[in-house]
Design a protein around this ligand. Structure first.
Ligand SMILES: NC(=O)c1ccc[n+]([C@@H]2O[C@H](COP(=O)([O-])OP(=O)(O)OC[C@H]3O[C@@H](n4cnc5c(N)ncnc54)[C@H](O)[C@@H]3O)[C@@H](O)[C@H]2O)c1
Length: 261
């Protein structure tokens, strides 16, 4: 992809499998990656795995000081800043029993963190005609059992993206959302004890390829949205969901044919 070599990206949530895959893809494309996360151990290990071209900085996205320090760190270490990828997230969610504090924390981590980071990075992105990719989700588009706060916050990200795209267009900065379906990740791996086949089977009825996505497939979409190939794409949402949102309630079953039998 064009326009990525020698550029610099900050990836929040960089300690996760998905965030680390994004950082790795940037480095493989000749860019530099700053991986920002509150998980210091995981983040340092991920940056070490990727090697030269990636650095980790412990960053709490709810702290403006930390976010400003992260922007300064990227520019100091790598000399410029072109891309912001907002992947940090909390899944804390007790459905309709969630407290006000949990509600506000979901918005703080999942939405306000990325919003403030873009503000602090704006002058650098403007100088370099950069791009922002916010992590949305399939969860922003449908009701999911037992959940309220996480999908609500992801829904807010989609609207934030449209507004940011308009407000930052005067600076030549593009802003888009990437929306993964179920993706092999630390969170899902933890739930199934690392059994990928089990989760592929469970997800098959509502992901057309009959499996969940790979972190690298999400990373490729993020890189595309940052690249010159996406120069006329802004305010958009790119689903990387194996057709999850294209399927209706019948999923992959032929309910009518089943009635006839
Ligand atoms: N895993 C999936 O199937 C899936 C599906 C759709 C969207 N997503 C999105 O992909 C992104 C990565 O998700 P994941 O599943 O890998 O989740 P994860 O829980 O493994 O990763 C979230 C990361 O955010 C970090 N984080 C949490 N609070 C933070 C804070 N205050 N400051 C800085 N970092 C903080 C965590 O330490 C963690 O490393 C998220 O935005 C998520 O919404 C994931």
């Amino acid at each position: 992809m064009k326009g990525l070599a020698d550029k610099v990206a900050i990836i929040t949530g960089g300690a996760t499998m998905i965030g680390a895959a994004v950082a790795k893809a940037f480095v493989e494309a000749g860019a530099k990656a700053v991986m920002a996360d509150i998980n210091e151990e995981g983040g340092r290990a991920a940056a070490q795995d990727i090697g030269a071209g990636s650095l980790f900085l412990k960053t709490d996205v709810t702290s403006d000081e930390d976010l400003k320090a992260c922007v300064d760190f990227a520019v100091e270490k790598f000399g410029r800043l072109d891309f912001i990828v907002n992947a940090a997230a909390t899944y804390e969610d007790e459905g309709m029993s969630s407290t006000r504090e949990q509600f506000l924390n979901a918005l703080n981590v999942n939405v306000a963190g990325g919003f403030m980071l873009v503000q602090f990075a704006r002058e650098h992105l403007k100088k370099n005609k950069g791009a922002v990719v916010n992590f949305g989700s399939i969860s922003a588009k449908v009701a999911q059992p037992g959940r309220c706060l996480y999908p609500m916050s992801k829904g807010a990200i989609h609207q934030l993206t449209r507004n940011e795209a308009l407000l930052l267009s005067e600076d030549g900065i593009r802003v888009n959302t990437v929306s993964p379906g179920w993706t092999w990740s630390s969170i899902i791996s933890g739930i199934v004890g690392g059994d990928r086949a089990l989760v592929d089977k469970a997800a098959a009825p509502f992901h057309m390829p009959g499996r969940i996505g790979n972190p690298e497939e999400v990373a490729d979409a993020v890189l595309f949205l940052c690249s010159d190939q996406a120069s006329f794409i802004t305010g958009a949402d790119l689903p990387v969901d194996g057709g999850y949102t294209a399927l209706g309630p019948e999923q992959q079953t032929d309910a009518l044919a089943a009635l006839a039998n």
